[in-house]
Each structure stands twice: as structure tokens, then as C-alpha cells.
Design a protein around this ligand. Structure first.
Ligand code: SF4
Length: 236
């Protein structure tokens, strides 16, 4: 099944805490000025975001070919192990549209760098939320089709993370064709619009999604998203 979603932007507006978390300062006490800046950026985000998504069911036994990409993955990435043990898998791409990046550039050009920076952070925090939202939508659909999925959790895994080289976007985009919702990649496999996500949605028991840092590529990782994403999944 292939399905396009026009998403409700309220589902992906990040909270103040998520915005601070994205900047790696969740403990920071918020001055009235910072609070106002975040609220202004959130208001702009609500005006400009146009979230859309595309999800297509995918047979897990085709994943090795897709994952192989251009042969640049780390040898010890966890994603093939997970994808080989799913109850259901889908390819996914989602975007918030181009207007956010255009507005950020405009704000910087107008000398409003603080607001431009904060809008960029809000959009990035919203991308994280968008990934979780896509997981929930996929799980809801699976549950509506089969009532026996209480123990299943959906996590998303993306090229460019955890050993899956960013060049993996090439085969993913050939298979999914997200140009239908306005997402393309350039010669460096960077998505346009910039505030877009892509990858696989993997439905499996929670223990399949549990992995720890310690892979050969973890020392170069700047985001360490595995920790927060797993914590969220454990509590959902
Ligand atoms: S630290 Fe976590 S998110 Fe980063 S590469 Fe390692 S497993 Fe992936």
C-alpha cells in the first residue's frame, strides 16, 4: 500500500522542552527573552510549515538490496539486524516544505539572526517529532488491520545515521519516489526541502529495537539520538 498524508501541523509543533533538548540544554532556565523568542519562532513555524508524508509498504526481504546502497555502510550497523526481524516494514519520507528554510534565510539577511536561528531549531525539533508521528501513524494503521499487535513498537531508521551511509538515500529514493510530495536529493544525497526526513519504519517487539552505543561509528556521532529515541519508544 502506498499512501500520502497531509499532516496536521499541530501534531508536530515542538514543546519548549523539545526545543531546548535539541540545543542540548534541557536544564537551562528560560529568561523571558528566550521564552518570547521561542514563542515567536513557534508562531512562525505554525504559519509556514506544510507537513506532508509518503509511506509505502515494503517487504523486509528486499531490505538487503536497498540497504547495500553504494557499498559505503559501516560493517557493524544495527539496521540490517532490526530490519530482518520486523513484523512489518514501510519506506517513509516526510517534509515540512520549503517556506521554513526560505524564512530562516530572510531573517538572517534582515539582521534578525536570533529569530532565524530559533526558527531553524524549532524546525529541527519538529523534524524529530515528525519521525515519531510517522511511527505512530504506521502503528495505528497496522493495529486497525490486525488487532493483535499490542507488543509491537515502531521505530524509524534513516540513511546518514547509525552506520547506514547517507548515500543509501539513492536507492531509497528510487524505491519510494518521494518527488510525488516534493522531496528530492542532490548529488551529495542531501534532501530538499532541507527540513525533510526519510528512512524505514520498522514494526517489531521492543527488544529488537534495543541497542546500545558502542559501534565503530559512534565516536563520530554528534547527535546520540539513539538514547532519546529508545527512551521515548519504551514509554509509548
Ligand atoms: S551514538 Fe547512537 S545515534 Fe549515534 S551512531 Fe551510535 S548508535 Fe547511532
Amino acid at each position: 500500500m502506498r499512501r500520502i498524508y497531509d499532516l496536521d501541523k499541530q501534531d508536530i509543533v515542538p514543546s519548549h522542552l523539545e526545543i531546548l533538548l535539541w540545543q542540548k540544554m534541557p536544564e537551562r532556565s528560560m529568561s523571558p527573552r528566550i521564552t518570547r523568542l521561542m514563542d515567536d519562532a513557534i508562531n512562525l513555524f505554525q504559519d509556514l510549515a506544510k507537513p506532508r508524508a509518503l509511506v509505502e509498504d515494503f517487504e523486509a526481504d528486499g531490505f538487503s538490496f536497498l540497504y547495500e546502497g553504494k557499498g559505503m555502510n559501516a560493517p557493524d550497523g544495527p539496521v540490517p539486524f532490526i530490519a530482518g526481524r520486523t513484523d512489518a516494514t514501510a519506506l517513509m519520507a516526510a517534509t515540512m516544505g520549503d517556506d521554513l528554510a526560505v524564512k530562516c534565510s530572510e531573517l538572517f539577511a534582515l539582521g534578525k539572526a536570533s529569530l532565524g536561528y530559533m526558527l531553524n531549531v524549532v524546525s529541527s525539533a519538529a523534524s524529530e517529532r515528525l519521525g515519531r508521528h510517522m511511527c505512530r501513524l504506521f502503528l495505528e494503521r497496522l493495529r486497525s488491520e490486525s488487532g493483535e499487535l499490542k507488543e509491537i513498537k515502531v521505530q524509524y531508521y534513516c540513511p546518514g545515521h547509525c552506520g547506514w551511509h547517507i548515500s543509501g538515500q539513492e536507492k531509497l529514493f528510487v524505491a519510494l519516489r518521494p518527488d510525488e510530495i516534493g522531496i528530492s536529493i542532490d548529488s551529495n544525497w542531501v534532501m530538499h526541502p532541507l527540513k525533510s526526513i526519510s528512512g524505514i519504519l520498522a514494526a517489531a517487539p521492543i527488544e529488537i529495537h534495543r541497542f546500545r552505543q558502542g559501534f565503530s561509528f559512534c565516536p563520530e556521532c554528534r547527535e546520540h539520538k539513539c538514547v532519546e529515541r529508545l527512551e521515548l519508544l519504551e514509554t509509548e
